[in-house]
Design a protein around this ligand. Structure first.
Ligand code: SAM
Length: 298
């Protein structure tokens, strides 16, 4: 295979220069306008304007392709060009219409804003699901959706996306003003699960209205709750797990929406658990009867 021309497929209507699909473009200068555009994705306003985001690392880009995401732009270090796995990924990306950029380490460092950047990066289109679709995704007993009220920390959000994926949750609803799941920090923390997790945005008022069309129970977590999270039966219906903000906890408005308010008993002197940790504790209890040891290991 000629690595300089993985496949020529052109679609001039798409941004991020898909008209160059399949062609390998070499870039050594951080002043190149394509590099400037990609660097710009570090800012939420640019990600939103173009509905794009960036994922770093060959593993994440591979996960994306395996999960059916099209790479818009594939960027890799020039000295990696002959790596067989990368060539395979580049070929698939080109088939999907990606622009392929072979760049200097300096350019990679500038794009990732790190001294020791990943050698491979991909630009992808953001995916957002409609509220009605979320309710349909979780309609069987044991199915779980998660709603996060005003989650602030990108590391927490990325970790929750990863944990939701691992637990088999059907999707995550981001309520009101939350940190961006498509920021580089959040995407990094998902370790690839961003490509296997359905996301939706709602205001808290939307969530209240949406509740009427959801067949399951809403389980909120609250530091003043009187119900032990282990005493609830999560297997009879679908459930929405509702988690509060890192500083303020669950708002009164949303606490009122819950069918159960659960507490995770704690020993020691900590007054609460970290948001991502408490979400994990809840999820794996709620999914207790639905998770099995991998075949051959029980
Ligand atoms: N100062 C906040 C408060 O008063 O709620 C602390 C919030 S805590 C760091 C963030 C979220 O994690 C909470 O809103 C709740 O959803 C969940 N959480 C943390 N520890 C919990 C526990 N022991 N039981 C139930 N939920 C907990």
């Amino acid at each position: 295979m000629n690595r300089r021309n993985f496949q020529l497929e052109t679609d001039a209507s798409k941004p991020f220069a898909n008209r160059h699909a399949g062609q390998v473009k070499e870039i050594a200068s951080t002043a190149n306008p394509i590099v400037k555009d990609i660097k710009g994705l570090a800012l939420k306003k640019n990600r939103d304007a173009q509905n794009l985001f960036m994922a770093e690392g060959l593993k994440l880009v591979t996960d994306a392709i395996v999960n059916g995401w099209n790479v818009r732009t594939l960027i890799y270090a020039k000295h990696m060009a002959n790596q067989p796995h990368l060539q395979e990924v580049a070929k698939k990306a080109a088939t999907g219409g990606a622009q392929i950029l072979e760049v200097s380490d300096k350019v990679l460092a500038a794009i990732s804003r790190r001294d020791n950047p990943q050698m491979v990066m991909g630009v992808f289109e953001q995916r957002w699901h409609l509220p009605q679709a979320m309710a349909k995704m979780a309609d069987a007993p044991g199915d779980i959706l998660i709603a996060l009220e005003r989650v602030r920390d990108p590391g927490n959000l990325g970790t929750i996306i990863r944990t939701a994926d691992a637990s088999g949750a059907k999707g995550i609803i981001l309520v009101d003003d939350t940190t961006d799941p498509y920021s580089m920090e959040a995407v990094r923390a998902t370790m690839g699960s961003i490509f296997n997790t359905k996301l939706c945005r709602m205001t808290s008022n939307d969530l209240v209205a949406w509740r009427a069309g959801f067949a399951g129970d809403i389980i909120g977590t609250h530091l003043k709750a009187t119900i032990d999270y282990r005493s609830i039966n999560y297997s009879q219906k679908p459930n929405l797990l509702l988690m509060g903000n890192e500083q303020q906890g669950l708002s009164e408005n949303l606490a009122k929406l819950c069918d159960h308010l659960a507490f995770i008993p704690m020993a020691g002197k900590a007054d609460s658990l970290n948001l991502a940790i408490s979400t994990a504790v809840m999820l794996f209890e709620m999914r207790r009867n639905f998770l099995n040891m991998p075949e051959g290991r029980n």
